[in-house]
Design a protein around this ligand. Sequence first.
Ligand SMILES: *[C@@H]1O[C@H](CO)[C@@H](O)[C@H](O)[C@H]1NC(C)=O
Ligand SMILES: *[C@@H]1O[C@H](CO)[C@@H](O)[C@H](O)[C@H]1NC(C)=O
Ligand SMILES: *[C@@H]1O[C@H](CO)[C@@H](O)[C@H](O)[C@H]1NC(C)=O
Length: 521
Amino acid sequence: MKCILVLHLLFLLYNVDGLKVLVCFPLPVKSISILGQSVVRYLMDAGHEVTYITVYPLKNPPTKKLRQIDISSNTALVADAQILSLAYILDNKLENSSPRDIQIFSQNIARNTLSHENVTKLLEDQSEHFDVVIADLLETELYAGLAVVYKCPMIWIHSMGANWQVLKLIDVATNPAYDPNYLSSNINPLSFTQRVEELWTRMQWQFFKTFFTQPGERKIYETVFGPLLAKRGRMLPNYEDIIYNASLIFANEHDAALNRPSTPQNFKFIGGLHIEEPVKPLENDIQCLIDNSVHGVIYFSMGSFLKSNSMPTNLTKNILQMFGELKQTVIWKFEGNNLQGIPNNVHIVNWAPQQSILAHPNVKIFLTHGGLFSSIEAIHFGVPIIGIPVRFDQNTNVNKAVLNGYALKVALSYDLPKDLKAAINIMLNDDRYTKKAKELSSVYHDRLLKPGPSLVYWVEHVVRTRGALHLRSPALHIPLYQRLYLDLLAITLTIVSVLIFLISTLCRNKTGKLHYLKKID
Ligand SMILES: *[C@@H]1O[C@H](CO)[C@@H](O)[C@H](O)[C@H]1NC(C)=O
Ligand SMILES: *[C@@H]1O[C@H](CO)[C@@H](O)[C@H](O)[C@H]1NC(C)=O
Ligand SMILES: *[C@@H]1O[C@H](CO)[C@@H](O)[C@H](O)[C@H]1NC(C)=O
């Protein structure tokens, strides 16, 4: 009996074994592709067959269960490399991208991806089928068309945290009074002007989306997917119907940090997915270096997005000199070998096994640009950070880290050496930051399932339950006017004005009558 039960359970558990999954990560952004690779890795480890549309194909694909669709030509669509040069940013006081720029950027990537020869070849093959589509979500919902082609559930994966643009696809947009735009440097609680600013940004975003981007996307959707469905003998559903039809959204965020808006039941946190566990052991020389640092180690990296060698030379020189005055060992990830006068306690590496370094208990401070992946790693390994945000969501991430008590923020400027030194001294002399980082780290690790198994579970759950309709928010189908009770307001106003009208007319007549009655008296 028990045996049968176990077999039955096994059958239930394994009846989604060997799913065919289409994973689409079309953005030419290296750090986001790391998330894509992790998704692919966990799905394959769980026995599923993955087709991976990617800008950065894996060099040695691990098994036969992976087919890669190479769209590396998308890299040609990223803006001028100079924009990412620190020197350029320092001298030009670069403004953050506007909502409009990012919408246009994402739409161009989507147009290019969906008409890419390698993707077209896949889509035109009518013998192909998939059980579920997982696509990266940034400012465009066009990839939902893929799930329409394969008549399967759609799952989004968002490389940032919960925010209104994403939440409104499966629930309702959260309130700008407490959910600032993801590129905003405003942080809760918002002041009056910040609230107005957030409302204004949101109105601009929505205006541009409704009147420019979305009509453009609908056209691309019809041009790309119309003929594909016609060949399969099916009608193309309305674009507006499919973009609000996702089964689930995964977000690259975690439960430990303060300051997240509430999220619906089909919104799942998988922050930390990209961290390989257990971490790879360090190479001997770095291991020895960190082991033998009596005063601890400071690790400095500006991420893969920004190259340290685009820093002005005088700035580099001054930073090196400042590091030289510290007792701590400094490991600086810096591309380029043209550095001179490197102090004894400073070690320059072209590439660093960041996760393995952060995992070492001797590492005391992490100097970072505050990219989302680095921010998550800091919490994962419980290392306090000094953030030097440059652009995109880095400001937001560093502000949140400061709010959460495990970070200090330093502005990128020619005064960086001086400001950085002050921040390092504060952090070395006050263990509150380290304590807070460790505390958040233990909250972060205290979860039912690690992000990898959680991702696999939810993907399988969506397929098993044919789109997880039971997780959908009823709010999705309630039009804005009903949610805001504008109809009730209209009815009330009508009744009140009719009443006022009637009463005033009556009163006029009555006063006439009263006069009359009085006269008779
Ligand atoms: C299409 O994929 C092949 C590998 O399968 C790749 O060599 C080629 O560069 C891709 N085409 C484009 C335009 O990116
Ligand atoms: C919406 O998603 C469900 C579940 O995946 C699917 O059955 C349905 O066909 C989808 N609707 C449209 C219009 O694509
Ligand atoms: C470094 O050089 C830039 C111009 O190249 C200059 O504006 C800046 O003041 C210099 N900074 C220092 C600290 O010398």
